[in-house]
Design a protein around this ligand. Structure first.
Ligand code: GNR
Ligand code: NI
Length: 168
């Protein structure tokens, strides 16, 4: 297993659109394990492959207190089942140190494949719905800062750029 490096905003690689996973083999299993390890190490509740510079459609989530309930979504898509919006203070491992309120559809139905390529469906509300939408956005090259005002987004960008210069 290995920790993977997490790209940070405004890295242009976070804007790439991920391609569908077509082969379900040992290499994919190893990637899923590395992504889970990376997410746990970074204290995140979710991680999309895009964030570790792998432009394939997969993401991992673990919302459990004990970090013992990994959920893996490969080639995920969703439809909105409750279009009432719900607000959540979102953070992102690719936008470290910032939290902002984002509104997203409250309820969704997700279709995805598991590690073996087996299709499954899931209805989600609350934090799980928010998190899945946040992660699928990553696969489409989107970040939660895109939902903020340009003023807020630019402030976050310049602060992070300063940080990156310091540590470069
Ligand atoms: O760790 C994370 N916390 C979080 C909080 C509110 C809404 C979404 C998230 S996802 C984030 C991890 C991450 O960056 N996933 O892409
Ligand atoms: Ni994120």
């Amino acid at each position: 297993m290995a920790f993977l490096q997490i790209l940070e905003f405004p890295d242009p690689r976070l804007r790439k659109i991920a391609a569908p996973v077509e082969v379900f083999d040992d290499k994919l299993e190893a990637l899923v394990d590395d992504m889970l390890e990376t997410m746990y190490e970074a204290n995140g509740i979710g991680l999309a492959a895009t964030q570790v510079n792998i432009h394939k459609r997969l993401l991992v989530i673990d919302l459990s207190e004990e970090k013992d309930n990994p959920q893996v979504f490969i080639n995920p898509s969703f439809e909105v089942t409750e279009d009432e919006l719900s607000e959540y203070d979102e953070g992102c491992l690719s936008v470290p140190g910032f939290y902002e309120t984002v509104s997203r559809p409250k309820g969704i139905k997700v279709v995805a494949q598991d590690r073996q390529g087996e299709k499954f469906e899931l209805e989600a509300e609350g934090i799980l719905s928010t998190c899945i939408q946040h992660e699928i956005d990553h696969l489409d090259g989107k970040l939660y800062v895109d939902y903020l005002s340009a003023l807020k987004r630019n402030r976050i960008r310049s602060k992070l750029e300063k940080e990156h210069k310091k540590s470069a």
